[in-house]
Design a protein around this ligand. Sequence first.
Ligand code: XMP
Length: 310
Amino acid sequence: MDYDRFIEEQIREIREQVGTDLAINALSGGVDSSVVTALGHRALRDRLLTYFVDNALMREGEPERVVKNFAKMGIPVQRIDAREEFLEALRGLTDPEEKRQAITDTFYAKVFRRLVKESGAKFLLQGTILTDIEETVAGIKRQHNILAQLGIDPEKVYGYQVLEPLKTLRKDGVREVARQLGLPPTITERIPFPGPALATRIVGEITEERLRTVRQATAIVEDALQGTGAFQYFAVLLQDRATGIREGKREFGQIIVIRCIESTDARLATVTELPWAILHGMARQILQIPGVNRVLYDLTPKPPATVEYI
Ligand code: XMP
């Protein structure tokens, strides 16, 4: 594929569609939304307003890091604090699809509708990729960013049009476009991180306390595995609890799963054969997190498992 031509075509199309109007987009810092931000910025300059929506589900230090990295590239990003809104929408929910739905609704119908209204934008640029569309249409999983393919007309429902310049690409193609656009390796080689963020790594209810636990475990796993070259790695907090002993007393504790996979485009995945020393090192650190008394390594390929837990 000729990626230079792809970039030129997408820039031209964004310009044509948006015309003299304003567009907005949400940047999560992942490769998909970063590429959309860079393409949109090239096409529209200051007629693209880029927001980082802090949904309370981000990893340690992520909001600050993303805003700073784009500032270095001359692309201004405004941070929107929507933490309370998302936590409120997720309160009491345990069903995976209901949690995804709550995140989608809060994002599009509340936060984005408000931002569109305030800014006067008519278009939303979004980093939907081919795999997102295929899996949603096949009924495997409702990706957070799929609307039109499910028969939802965003203009009618939310009051804005959605442009999806990456919808013909898979992850490897998006990374190639990112390299061609000159984005730094911290973005182009970044491991995938899903839009619903840490919500996909909490089985059961999402609370601030449970987010803190999975956030700490995530930092440990990412730090330990970043040198492995694995496709994706993360920590998951289960809903079940297990009996343990701490300081001579019985404890009914939390269970953390470590997942580390090899894949090319996340459609199929195998489990990484991690050395025992690395696994033990992570377990030792994760067991220091308050309330956690078990650490497991997930041995399941995709299929039958999906990569994420919700
Ligand atoms: P699954 O769990 O579907 O994950 O096997 C495949 C790849 O997609 C990522 N993923 C998502 N990315 N929004 C995203 O932007 C989502 O809703 C979502 N769900 C899963 C996952 O991290 C993996 O790389």
